[in-house]
Design a protein around this ligand. Sequence first.
Ligand SMILES: [Zn+2]
Length: 163
Amino acid sequence: MIKKCEHANCQKAGTCRCPKTRDLREYWYFCPEHAAEYNKNWNYYAGMSADEVEEDWERITFGSPLKDKAKANADEADYVKFLNDFISGRDTFDKMPKKTTLPGPVMNALKTFGLPITASWREVGVRYRALAKQHHPDRSGSATEFAKISSAYDTLKKYFGKK
Ligand SMILES: [Zn+2]
């Protein structure tokens, strides 16, 4: 049996199934026209907690959810320590091979990330997460800035030989 479109005052057949909630347990039945309209306006994040929204965003942005929050926080703490040590000159940079210059695009990318020439891939990753979060357009960041960060990240990813 075909239901009538559930959109108010619509007499067409409700041949399209649209989820009412993200858990996909309940559906509306709309005609194709109202289904298209509903899908366009459907709030994907409705009914999600802030943590779930965050995890979903991370999955979309980074490819997989940062499941291990403790590790993510440790990375964050590492970065803070790194910055503090860098600022106070306490870090062990002198143990690292002395680099005085890198290819132009890599230098620019490091500059975008506010990282020194001696930055490790791990530092790049941590910094990228922080910046991407801060500038993500969905979080009222600037699309231009976000694109700049993504492009810098791609450059560094290549430079560090990561895929
Ligand atoms: Zn309809």
